[in-house]
Design a protein around this ligand. Structure first.
Ligand code: BES
Ligand code: MN
Ligand code: ZN
Length: 500
């Protein structure tokens, strides 16, 4: 998909579909005004008939508006003017993106970048608009038969029209928005692939492919080397599976050699049966999505490498299946983590924290500026927060605040839960240093408490994406979250660096 940014007014442009915004009650944006003028008031006359719903994101397709060269005008409602803000703008942009991805026009001109949103600067809006438009056409096809003569659909060239004078930062904003969507597409694709295709080795070869394409170093460790590292917790999860585990380490070096890296750690359980603590059958297929943390790390690497961000980032992905079997770890088994702490595995379905804890210990060697782990860790997080924000827990308040702000800016929101010392008691074990579950209460918090014991050497944040990484039901599939959040975070860090 191609994006161009142009300056001007829409009435003289000839394109498949023109997209303009109007407020409920017929208040026109600047672009809409110019079309109304060119059509001698026809646009406002049509809108006065009431066909366009007041709700932000409602759309009305108008054909052959007199005095306008383009055959279609897609009018998008921005909702009531007095209620207008980021939310309404986002709904409008999403609706436009959806319509353009499904419509017959191969080229479109979108006039939504100039609609001002309080608290957001023009470049950030442009970046967001581009990302939303570029993400909408993603379709999963890999393991589906597609008719050979499928009719062409969706816009593959979008012109972003602005009344402002063009400058280089606008082109950068558009490119960065596209890069983020590209990262989301990779994350969505890896999420959607079935677990018989998306194995630990598949994640590893995808990472190697990224390293080749963007020229960064990728290391893949196999079972023997993982044993040598002493990752007893990680390996205890892999015991029941016939798929060999992989530890994937990616080194993106866009910053100065001495700059401390941000480390991203992604949970890569390519299928979670629960192990001996077997999950019930209903919806177990969705446990192929249990590698969405890993997918978001790979997706974020694609995004930042495409943006060529001046920052150092390390990605660590422990990848394995969690299966029952004759060699599988049993409830009550005690394993020794890389940190030396022993763990009583009271429930083999609490496996995410077992692979992450060793990856967190491994992260120490990079002397990180901070570490963020991303994991579909607990069903409890979906109960607590639903599918709107990801859960956030951190051992550093400034880092937590930074992530909350990036969530708001990118629309990929997070909500912080407490990581108070009192909760640690729930992880007591009579037979090891720590138990891998904390009972019925506060499941998301006790999972994070467990991880915090392995993240003492640095500033650390944990994102529980169990509710946000995929959708169920008719729209079943990966969302690409939290790639937008992580891209926003790293973009912010890169721009804040001295000399950037
Ligand atoms: N991958 C699951 C978490 C999960 C469950 C994500 C449902 C999305 C939807 C994780 O490995 C798991 O099984 N967690 C257990 C922990 C429990 C045994 C303490 C859970 O949430 O039930
Ligand atoms: Mn599990
Ligand atoms: Zn899991």
């Amino acid at each position: 998909m191609e994006f161009t940014i142009k300056t001007g007014t829409p009435e003289k442009l000839e394109t498949g579909t023109l997209v303009i915004g109007v407020h409920a009650g017929g208040t026109l944006t600047a672009a809409a005004k110019s079309l109304d003028k060119a059509s001698r008031g026809r646009l406002s006359k049509i809108l006065a008939r009431g066909d366009l719903d007041d709700k932000a994101g409602a759309t009305l397709l108008v054909h052959d508006l007199p005095g306008v060269l383009s055959p279609r005008v897609l009018v998008v409602s921005l909702g009531k003017q007095e209620e207008f803000g980021d939310r309404a703008w986002r709904d409008a942009a999403q609706a436009a993106a959806k319509a353009l991805a499904a419509g017959p026009a191969a080229e479109a001109v979108v006039c939504l970048a100039d609609v001002p949103v309080a608290g957001r600067d023009f470049e950030a809006g442009l970046r967001l608009l581009t990302r939303i438009l570029a993400d909408a056409p993603y379709r999963y096809r890999t393991t589906r038969s597609v008719p050979k003569e499928e009719p062409r659909k969706g816009a593959d060239h979008i012109v972003l029209l602005t009344g402002c004078e063009l400058d280089a930062s606008m082109a950068t904003a558009v490119r960065n928005g596209q890069a983020t969507a590209e990262g989301m597409a990779l994350a969505r694709e890896l999420a959607n692939l079935p677990a018989n295709v998306c194995t630990p080795e598949h994640l590893a070869s995808t990472a190697r492919g990224l390293g080749k394409e963007f020229r960064f170093k990728v290391e893949v460790f196999e079972r023997k080397e993982i044993e040598k590292l002493g990752m007893g917790a990680f390996l205890s999860v892999a015991r029941g599976s016939h798929q060999p585990p992989r530890l994937i380490v990616m080194h993106y070096k866009g910053g100065k050699p001495k700059d401390k890296p941000v480390v991203l750690v992604g949970k890569g359980i390519t299928f979670d049966t629960g192990g001996i603590s077997l999950k019930p059958a209903a919806e177990m297929d969705e446990m192929k999505f249990d590698m969405c943390g890993a997918a978001s790390v790979l997706g974020t690497f694609r995004a930042i490498a495409r943006m060529a961000l001046p920052i150092n980032v390390i990605g660590i992905v422990p990848a394995t299946e969690n299966m029952p079997g004759g060699a599988a770890t049993k409830p009550g088994d005690v394993v020794t983590s890389m940190s030396g702490q022993t763990i009583e595995v009271l429930n083999t379905d609490a496996e995410g924290r077992l692979i992450l804890c060793d990856a967190l210990t491994y992260a120490e060697r990079f002397k990180p500026a901070c570490v963020i782990d991303i994991a579909t860790l607990t069903g409890a997080c979906v109960i607590a927060l639903g599918k709107i924000p990801s859960g956030l827990l951190a051992n550093d308040d400034a880092l937590a605040r930074e992530l909350v702000d990036c969530g708001t800016a990118s629309g990929d929101r997070v909500w912080q839960l407490p990581l108070w010392e009192e909760y640690q008691e729930l992880l007591k074990s009579n037979f090891a240093d720590v138990a891998n579950i904390g009972g019925r209460y506060a499941g998301t918090i006790t999972a994070a408490c467990f991880l915090s014991r392995f993240a003492k050497a640095y500033k650390w944040a944990h994102l529980d994406i169990a509710g946000t990484a995929w959708l169920s039901g008719d729209a079943k599939g990966g969302t690409g979250r939290p790639v937008p959040l992580l891209a926003e975070f790293l973009l912010g860090r890169a721009m804040a660096a001295p000399g950037a």
